[in-house]
Design a protein. Structure first.
Lengths: 304, 321
């Protein structure tokens, strides 16, 4: 029982990380209509900047600011110099251009930091475990990640639904031309949204540092899953991104944790492990295929 | 005219590079041809049919695995699934790969074409990823490590191990594929497909069911990509789940976009440019991606219609849209 609860918490933690990335991606896609393959690179930039700052200064606060600032700046630069020219273009041109950006970011980081993955230790203040329930001991750091993710989700909900900027964002996602026609400076809105998305990606990256290895290519691994989340949730919908991320996080984590064990009941150990791992990795893609076949616009379509 | 020069150049190429003392260029050109077949097939769905598939690695990889599994069965003298005897004859493995690629495309396409737009991109990706993980977990066929094919498939007692012989086999396949695509694009079917790409609702209004046309184009596209995969497995004498990875789908897509979406010869230029650039740049520097990235970026930002568009504006070659 405690094992199941622990895996559920792991799934939740992975889910909120995915949400931080998916929120930015879905906004950028929903509002600007840009497929940004390089969103994972912003996650990587955040992780590297935070890891570097932490190694140099030893200060957690400085590391957090470094990660956020680097990701946001990289994102705004990306928007200003490349993507701004591609809004009116075909999706395919955007795919090629952002793929080129991935190559540039990956090689740039390789030249600066080398190929060896960086290992980041958990900040000492958060390096403990708490007993949530009798027998259920869980690391504080992962709880913090869940809390930060949920807080960001709440903040975004308030920002989108309760403020003037949020109103423009919502209007931009559904009726882009109308917003422009009403005299809103859409370029400023675009850069702001892009910066916000990059900031969230950087936040996810810097929090992932102590759990996963900080290495080149970490962005692409998670990018594909983020796209799965965005499509399952419904493109352009923050609410969809939130529930989609939690769903994907929980399904992926629990399949990985439990499927090999279940298969071992019916077949030999090593084969069960290989097949279980394979099937578990297929899980979220099957989930996406089923969701899209039943609801082609995703679970929470933005513009109905 | 330019087409004729291109054809002559491709036939003369192995002898030319031999005379220049650069025999290593023959395998490179073979790789270009194989990728050109795959990219041109993808282009039928992506460029002419408007179906942006991010899952064509599925057909590429499965085509490769057809060769690998048939060869393994042949060596073991067994029956695949207890039914199908193995073989190492190119004249059987290639049609088998085309058939399996087509059947797979029929299955995937029939489901995926219920969606469109970005959802279509993602659901094709989903099916390709499922196959990727399926083959990773199939320990019987090498799993993660893939499997080696000790000898290339046989054809009329030719020495397929010889680089130049294999180059001409691939060239013949490429010529057949490009001729077939040329005929398809110019046919009534091709016209309807172009009409559907431009305005699906209008085509439906004049009494044409878009779904069936799109599905047919998707299946043909899968068949061609399966063929390319089978040739690649023979070329490398190795298949692994790498051929099914989503980055391979991306690579094929990049070749099409780089060469020129919806043009007949664009994918050939795109495949050549990407494969050659990669090879040349890797020999210069370890950080070749830092050069390739900006080149791709410049192509997107400053050329409309990829390399094919650039060539036709410079007056070389011709664009067929």
């Amino acid at each position: 029982m405690t094992l199941v609860l622990e895996q559920l918490l792991n799934g939740l933690q992975f889910g909120v990380m995915l949400f931080l990335l998916a929120a930015g991606l879905t906004l950028i896609f929903g509002i600007m209509g840009v497929i940004n393959l390089a969103h994972g690179s912003l996650y990587m930039v955040g992780a590297y900047a935070a890891a570097f700052a932490a190694a140099q200064t030893g200060s957690v606060i400085i590391a957090i600011f470094a990660g956020l600032a680097a990701a946001a700046l990289a994102g705004m630069a990306m928007e200003l110099f490349v993507l701004r020219r591609l809004y009116a273009r075909d999706h395919l041109d955007q795919v090629l251009a952002t793929f080129a950006l991935i190559l540039i970011f990956n090689q740039g980081v390789t030249i600066l930091f080398g190929r060896q993955p960086l290992f980041v230790s958990v900040p000492p203040a958060l390096n403990g475990s708490v007993e949530l329930l009798p027998g259920l001991i869980y690391p504080v750091y992962r709880l913090i990640i869940i809390a930060v993710g949920l807080a960001v989700a709440l903040g975004l909900y308030l920002l989108i639904n309760r403020t003037r900027i949020g109103m423009l964002v919502r209007a931009g996602a559904t009726h882009r031309e109308m917003v422009r026609a009403l005299g809103v400076d859409i370029r400023l809105l675009y850069t702001a949204v892009f910066g916000l998305g990059a900031l969230l990606a950087g936040l996810a990256g810097l929090m992932a540092g102590p759990i996963l290895a900080v290495q080149v290519g970490m962005g692409e691994q998670i990018l594909i899953m983020t796209f799965v989340v965005v499509v399952i949730g419904g493109v352009g919908s923050i609410r969809g991104a939130f529930f989609g991320a939690l769903l994907v996080g929980l399904v992926d984590t629990s399949l990985r944790a439990f499927l090999p064990g279940l298969l071992r009941q019916v077949m030999a150990g090593s084969e069960a492990d290989a097949l279980g791992a394979g099937l578990a990795s297929m899980g979220i893609y099957m989930l996406m295929a089923v969701v899209l076949l039943v609801r082609p616009k995703g679970l929470f379509p933005a513009n109905v | 005219m330019a087409l004729l020069a291109l054809a002559l150049g491709l036939v003369a190429l192995p002898f030319l590079v031999q005379a220049l003392g650069q025999p290593a260029l023959v395998p490179l050109a073979t790789r270009v041809l194989i990728y050109a077949i795959a990219a041109a097939s993808l282009n039928l769905a992506l460029g002419f049919g408007g179906m942006v598939s991010f899952g064509h690695a599925a057909f590429f990889g499965v085509g490769g695995y057809v060769v690998g599994i048939l060869y393994r069965t042949y060596v073991d003298d067994g029956l695949f699934l207890g039914l199908i005897p193995g073989t190492s004859q190119l004249l059987i493995t290639l049609p088998a790969a085309i058939l399996v690629g087509g059947l797979l495309a029929l299955l995937i396409g029939a489901l995926c074409l219920r969606t469109s737009g970005v959802q279509f991109i993602m659901i094709t990706l989903a099916f390709a990823q499922m196959l990727f993980f399926l083959f990773v977990s199939l320990k019987a066929y090498g799993g993660d490590d893939g499997m080696t094919i000790r000898r290339r498939n046989e054809l009329f007692g030719l020495n397929t191990r010889d680089d130049i012989t294999f180059y001409f086999i691939c060239l013949a396949a490429a010529v057949l594929v490009f001729l077939a695509l040329w005929r398809i694009i110019g046919s009534r079917f091709g016209m309807v497909l172009a009409g559907i790409r431009q305005n699906e609702r209008r085509m439906a209004a004049i009494g044409i069911a878009p779904y069936h046309y799109k599905l047919a184009a998707f299946v043909i596209s899968g068949m061609g990509t399966g063929l390319a995969g089978a040739l690649m497995a023979n070329y490398l004498r190795f298949v692994s789940p790498d051929m099914l990875h989503w980055t391979k789908s991306g690579e094929l897509m990049i070749m099409v976009i780089l060469g020129g979406v919806g043009t007949l010869l664009g994918p050939l230029f795109g495949a050549a440019a990407l494969v050659i650039l990669e090879t040349v740049l890797t020999s210069w520097t370890e950080h070749w991606q830092l050069i390739l990235g900006p080149i791709l970026l410049l192509v997107v930002l400053f050329t409309q219609g990829g390399l094919n568009g650039l060539f036709s504006r410079l007056g070389i070659g011709r664009s067929e849209r």
